[in-house]
Design a protein around this ligand. Structure first.
Ligand code: DGP
Length: 227
């Protein structure tokens, strides 16, 4: 177990985010990564966004499953509130040496809401100052393959048109991350191929960050998103 206090010699956990369009294989890769990290002796915690277990998350869940309708701006702010209600726990766990692997984050927030036509800045602003991920891995998969995967189409945003516009918005989000936080914070991963093959690509991209942690290099404070 990670110690409950962070001594000056201990490095903090890494904050790793996975992003991508629906059915890109993200959820599978996220769980495999948590298992692999634990096998290597690290404590890791999976944080899924939206976190559908909270009261806010249940409202989001009803919206996504088309059981409830909501104004576009109102649902956008609920997605953001859902991240804010988890922010303190993320900071606390990182300080205690736990690596956090997030399945989606604020970048989905912008890409999916802007794809519906909301102004980019309106979509970005509510998440300002959330914990800044050390790295975001953006999984790219042929849209045809994604739309043929099981369960595609079950939820509100799973239409070809919505996925196409969201992909365009993700490209703008990537530019914004690189401009504000540097190019090491955003990496594209080709998600075409077998589960193990994609997993090895991911592991290869994360190695420098994880080695930095092992050497005590992750002592720098967790930053603030967009600040
Ligand atoms: P998932 O549980 O990973 O299948 O994601 C649920 C859906 O919600 C998916 O279509 C992406 C979308 N989504 C995730 N986060 C946000 C957000 O912050 N804002 C909006 N508008 N959509 C989001």
């Amino acid at each position: 177990m990670a110690s409950s206090s962070s001594s000056s010699s201990a490095s903090r956990g890494a904050f790793i985010v996975f992003e991508g369009l629906d059915r890109c294989g993200k959820t599978t890769q996220v769980s495999r990564l948590v298992e692999r990290l634990e096998k290597e002796g690290k404590t890791a915690r999976l944080q899924k966004f939206p976190d559908r277990t909270t009261a806010i998350g249940q409202m989001i869940d009803a919206y996504l499953r088309s059981k409830a309708d909501m104004d576009d701006r109102a649902i956008h702010l609920l997605f953001s509130a859902n991240r804010w209600e988890c922010a303190a726990a993320i900071r606390r766990d990182l300080a205690n040496g736990i690596t956090i692997i997030a399945d989606r984050y604020a970048f989905s927030g912008i890409a999916f809401s802007a794809a519906k036509g909301l102004p980019f800045d309106f979509c970005l602003n509510p998440d300002t100052a959330l914990p800044l991920p050390d790295i975001t891995l953006y999984l790219t998969l042929s849209p045809i393959i994604a739309s043929q995967r099981a369960a595609f189409g079950e939820e509100r945003y799973e239409t070809d048109q919505m996925q196409r516009s969201t992909r365009q918005q993700f490209a703008l989000v990537a530019q914004e991350v690189v401009k504000r936080h540097g190019e090491n914070r955003w990496r594209e991963v080709d998600a075409n191929g077998g589960i193990e093959e994609v997993g090895d690509r991911i592991w290869g991209l994360l190695a420098p960050l994880l080695e930095e942690g092992q050497g005590g290099g992750l002592k720098r404070e967790v930053g603030e998103l967009w600040v």
